[in-house]
Design a protein around this ligand. Structure first.
Ligand code: ATP
Length: 314
């Protein structure tokens, strides 16, 4: 029982670290919120497990080992990006798709081992909720794990040992339309959801890919230049104040651009605020300065990368 409580404590420390990271997040709160709730679910389940009788608890030790292994990896992915504030980078940023796949793969392995313990834990509702959440990504992950097992292992090897060289090499690879091959995704894996908005070239919707939520822009493939321009520019960029490209697909009649999902946009936020309180400035001075400095940091980064910002809008 003592050993069990120690494992629970370890897992709780990880859960707290990840939860704090999610709360500190400034971008993509939805994504962080859903992951934080998964970690919260585990936390709740563990607390219930502690209340269960000792005989059952001993059977659960291997399960706990698996849970903490997965959570520990999640924490490492968070820390890898400098601070817990960059929690979302570990799961949503385009240049980090391998890390994203890796954590899902670990969860998949965990699920398989857990099958043997399922009867013991099925009465723990929170943990069960967690299984349901994971199983939505499970089928996809299983297919990837089985079909591409060697490829994934190889990529992970690169991820650990030679990340900068690997990224540089991959970024230099383009297809006949001058689009980066490594960012190509299978459009069949993308499930489109709620409508977000419309731009000059296409429709933007929420979308699910590998069990997580993103934004997808659908463009008519005959507008290949728009696709090439947007993907070509975004693929080179990686900055906290610039929407991150996750991948693209080129098909007929439409193509897709998959990006991290923003909570909204500044243009609409300002409009809403002006509408609700027309007499007052849209933001208090401190918030306005913060917003302006974030825009400036993003624009300075774009200039450094040689991207013209004359088309930038709030
Ligand atoms: N990654 C994203 N997350 C959330 N909302 C987004 C995302 N990308 C675009 N949107 C929203 O979708 C709408 C359409 O965006 P889109 O980029 O297609 O056009 P635009 O920037 O408004 O104009 P243009 O097509 O001229 O560039 C906008 O309201 C925008 O805020």
């Amino acid at each position: 029982m003592e050993q069990f409580r120690d494992r629970v404590k370890e897992v709780e420390i990880i859960v707290t670290a990840v939860r704090e990271g999610a709360t500190a997040s400034v971008i993509n709160r939805k994504q962080c919120g859903s992951l934080a709730s998964v970690y919260d679910g585990i936390d709740g389940a563990l607390k219930k497990l502690v209340e269960m009788d000792a005989a059952n608890v001993v059977c659960l030790l291997p399960v706990l080992d698996e849970i903490s292994r997965v959570l520990e990896r999640g924490k490492v992915l968070v820390l890898q990006y400098g601070s817990a504030q960059w929690f979302e980078l570990a799961v949503t940023r385009g240049d980090n798709r391998e890390a994203f796949k890796e954590i899902h793969l670990l969860l998949e392995t965990y699920m398989k081992r857990l099958d043997t313990h399922i009867s013991v834990v099925s009465n723990v509702s929170h943990l069960w909720g967690f299984f349901v959440y994971i199983s939505s990504a499970k089928m996809k992950m299983r297919a990837i794990a089985e079909e591409d097992h060697d490829k994934i292992l190889e990529t992970l090897q690169m991820f650990y040992e030679n990340l900068p060289t690997a990224i540089a090499k991959l970024k230099g690879t383009t297809d006949t339309f001058n689009l980066p091959i490594n960012m190509q995704i299978d459009s069949q894996e993308v499930i489109c959801g709620k409508y977000i908005g419309k731009g000059a070239y296409g429709l933007v919707q929420e979308a699910y890919w590998l069990g997580c939520i993103f934004a997808v822009k659908t463009i008519k493939t005959r507008d290949i230049d728009a696709l090439r321009k947007e993907v070509g520019i975004l693929a080179k960029l990686n900055h906290p104040h610039i929407v991150q490209l996750v991948g693209f697909s080129r098909g007929f009649p439409t193509s897709m651009i998959l990006m991290e999902l923003m909570d909204g946009d500044l243009r609409h936020l300002i409009k809403d605020r002006v509408k609700s309180t027309p007499q007052a400035p849209p933001f208090p001075p401190g918030v306005a300065i913060d917003i302006i400095s974030q825009i400036a940091a993003g624009m300075a980064y774009l200039h450094k990368q040689g991207v013209s910002t004359e088309i930038s809008r709030p």
